[in-house]
Design a protein around this ligand. Sequence first.
Ligand code: SAM
Length: 214
Amino acid sequence: MLTPDASLETYILEHIDPESDYLKALYRDTHVKLLRPRMASGHLQGRMLKMFVEMIRPRQILEIGTFSGYSGLCLAEGLGENGFLHTFEINDEQEDFTRPWFENSAYADKIKFYIGDALELVPELGITFDLAFLDGDKRKYIEYYEMSLSHLLPGGYIIADNTLWDGHVLEEPNSNDYQTIGIKAFNDYVGKDMRVEKVILPLRDGLTIIRKKA
Ligand SMILES: C[S@@+](CC[C@H](N)C(=O)[O-])C[C@H]1O[C@@H](n2cnc3c(N)ncnc32)[C@H](O)[C@@H]1O
């Protein structure tokens, strides 16, 4: 089941690590002040992202699609002493909301927040990443994937969000439903890509975990 019913979801949230008060306040502020607040990762996925970071122990993380900063703070929370997060947001109107949430957090010195198109800015950085979290425009997932893969160390991981797209991947999309078309094309592309290992987790809206072969 993609979305557990409300009582099962409550049960899950009661039996996993709680969110910090800071993340709770950010989630609330996201819902009060921003359009499309459901884009924020939230409690379960946030704890999952933090745990992935603790498992992978990356030095450098790339995030494409910052939005309000919820997932970014969870990724940063899992980082070790030398770890660093580079997070990119294309919408410059997001900066006034998100930057203070990063700067006032316990992880301010571990996060660099860039405003601009990750597809243009990341190649200019000259950084090799150990982990990339893809959560931007669903129509561009194959481009994010190829760009991230080319800046990923062998053995590094890519986590792609929303890859089950509320179950719409099972449907034949309308010709103008570019997001569903994009996600389906991405899943087909990665599914056949022998350069990587991959699994899809039916968590929230679908998370694909991809490992670049050594
Ligand atoms: C689903 S939201 C991100 C949610 C956030 N990662 C979280 O889980 O809390 C997607 C964001 O990606 C941004 N975006 C879209 N295309 C982008 C690009 N090429 N580079 C950077 N950000 C992009 C959008 O403006 C939007 O704010």
